[in-house]
Design a protein around this ligand. Structure first.
Ligand SMILES: *[C@@H]1O[C@H](CO)[C@@H](O)[C@H](O)[C@H]1NC(C)=O
Ligand SMILES: *[C@@H]1O[C@H](CO)[C@@H](O)[C@H](O)[C@H]1NC(C)=O
Ligand SMILES: *[C@@H]1O[C@H](CO)[C@@H](O)[C@H](O)[C@H]1NC(C)=O
Ligand SMILES: *[C@@H]1O[C@H](CO)[C@@H](O)[C@H](O)[C@H]1NC(C)=O
Ligand SMILES: [Fe+2]
Length: 431
């Protein structure tokens, strides 16, 4: 898979695609010769697998996960589920170099999905943390207290080195487990994950069996309890099941995954922004209204001019459905979003747009296709130094398998493509 410098000005962003089972330098401009094996469709791990084990003890907190809790990185949202009764909403936390224990009180929510009733889903925002500091935290009561830790990011600023992991379309197959293990063991040491959507694939089960949302939460806990995953919603989060009365899109997702959307003046958890180190990250929703005058449009249009490139030179957009993808499956699904938003991404010089959805890897050059006005015939993507690079990294390892069928010949806008399971690391460190 690919390794390539992408950058503007004096700072460079290294995008390293890492595959389970090996790392290869890319052959710029040429598709991989990777050939799909016939058994590439990966099965979900059975519910009695080690990765889904329920922690011991009555009402023990499970599915622990953290994400950024404000816009600057000085707050963390801690979320967890207690299965039997509400228990405590409190998080006890302390800096690793201090004895002083602090407490923060959260809230608890539940939801029903057809005949499934969720456990007690706790969300607690801990605030006023010091930058670049290791904290321990504890949740639960008595002998089922569980302890974890995280490290806060460095203070936001232009020259702050940071490494993001990129994971998408993860699911809960044996391959998902290999991807997560590879991410954890990777010497590049991702400090936070930008998750490009499609989490559990619970909707692949009859009645969207929400127990598979719980099992997924237990599976990824070993990473996301210790470093924030920055969430974006994919089509597998919609959970729309009208024949069974489930007509509220994203219901399981928004109850389980709280994000700091109010901090960026968003009115929906499905689109928001954060700053982390030298990056300004804008999360969008491919499956919420985004046309003119919609809440998402109005928010984005007021958001983009706020980005101060002297403070955060890196402007990253995350959305599930890619705007440029030259795989046959899902071909042009992002086209309406492209028509709507590409002009702004060019105007505000977005560096990179990260997407999933297509279960494969692809990287474009800096291209845009914004000259078209219905009658001038100018509708071919062309090189554009102000345009983002588009990266598709929807190959976490879910049960739908890989996509290998590509549009041939490889379009000029496509710099590299390869279907294989894995994740990526993205950083601004000089090597
Ligand atoms: C929900 O309904 C399905 C189909 O009728 C059934 O198989 C399942 O056992 C039910 N689950 C619960 C928790 O009642
Ligand atoms: C843990 O606490 C529960 C409830 O108070 C109690 O029933 C159980 O015996 C305790 N277990 C241990 C190992 O102390
Ligand atoms: C998942 O990966 C972990 C770490 O490599 C391993 O210990 C565990 O046995 C794996 N579980 C399954 C079900 O593959
Ligand atoms: C932009 O960020 C720089 C560096 O942090 C700061 O000095 C400057 O005041 C900021 N500009 C605005 C308009 O906030
Ligand atoms: Fe998807």
């Amino acid at each position: 898979m690919g390794m390539k410098w992408v950058g503007v000005g004096s700072v460079y962003l290294l995008v390293v695609g890492l595959i389970v089972g090996g790392l290869r330098l890319c052959n710029g401009g040429i598709s991989s010769s990777y050939a799909r094996r016939s058994n590439d469709i990966s099965a979900d791990m059975p519910l009695n697998s080690d990765v889904f084990a329920v922690p011991h003890g009555y009402n023990a907190p499970q599915q622990v996960h953290i994400t950024q809790g404000d816009q600057e990185g000085k707050a963390v949202i801690v979320s967890w589920v207690t299965p039997d009764e509400p228990g405590s909403n409190e998080v006890v936390y302390w800096a690793a170099n201090s004895e002083l224990k602090k407490r923060s009180m959260g809230t608890v929510v539940t939801y029903k999905y057809y005949n499934y009733s969720s456990g007690y889903i706790h969300h607690c925002t801990i605030k006023n943390l010091q930058y670049d500091t290791k904290y321990f935290y504890e949740i639960g009561i008595g002998n089922t207290t569980r302890q974890f830790w995280f490290t806060t990011p460095p203070e936001v600023g232009p020259d702050v080195p940071y490494t993001f992991g990129l994971i998408g379309d993860l699911g809960q197959t044996f391959d998902s487990n290999r991807t997560l293990t590879h991410y954890e063991l990777n010497p590049a040491k991702g400090q936070a994950v930008l998750f490009v959507g499609d989490l559990s694939y619970a909707d692949a089960y009859p009645l969207h069996d929400n127990n598979r949302w719980d099992s997924w939460g237990r599976f990824v806990e070993r990473s996301v309890a210790y470093q924030p995953w920055i969430w974006s919603a994919g089509n597998h989060e919609i959970d729309f099941l009208p024949d069974y009365g489930e007509t509220e899109p994203f219901k399981p997702y928004v109850h389980r995954y709280f994000v700091p959307y109010k901090a960026s003046k968003s009115t929906s958890p499905l689109w928001y922004s954060i700053k982390r180190a030298s990056a300004y990250i804008i999360v969008m929703s491919s499956y919420s209204a985004y046309g003119m005058y919609t809440p998402q449009y109005k928010w984005l249009i007021s958001e983009l001019p706020k980005v101060n490139r002297s403070e955060t030179p890196w402007l990253i957009v995350v959305m599930h459905c890619p705007l440029y993808s030259s795989y046959v499956h899902h071909y042009m699904e992002g086209e309406t979003m492209r028509v709507m938003y590409e002009q702004y991404f060019v105007k505000y010089k977005v560096d990179v747009v990260l997407s999933g959805h297509v279960h494969a890897y692809e990287r474009t050059g800096r291209v845009s296709n914004i000259a078209y006005n219905i009658e001038n015939g100018l509708c071919t993507p062309s090189n554009d130094g102000s345009a983002p690079v588009y990266i598709t990294i929807g190959d976490g390892g879910n049960q739908e398998g890989l996509l290998y069928e590509m549009v041939e010949p490889q379009p000029k806008y496509s710099a590299y493509r390869e279907p294989s399971f894995g994740h990526a690391e993205m950083n601004n460190r000089r090597t």
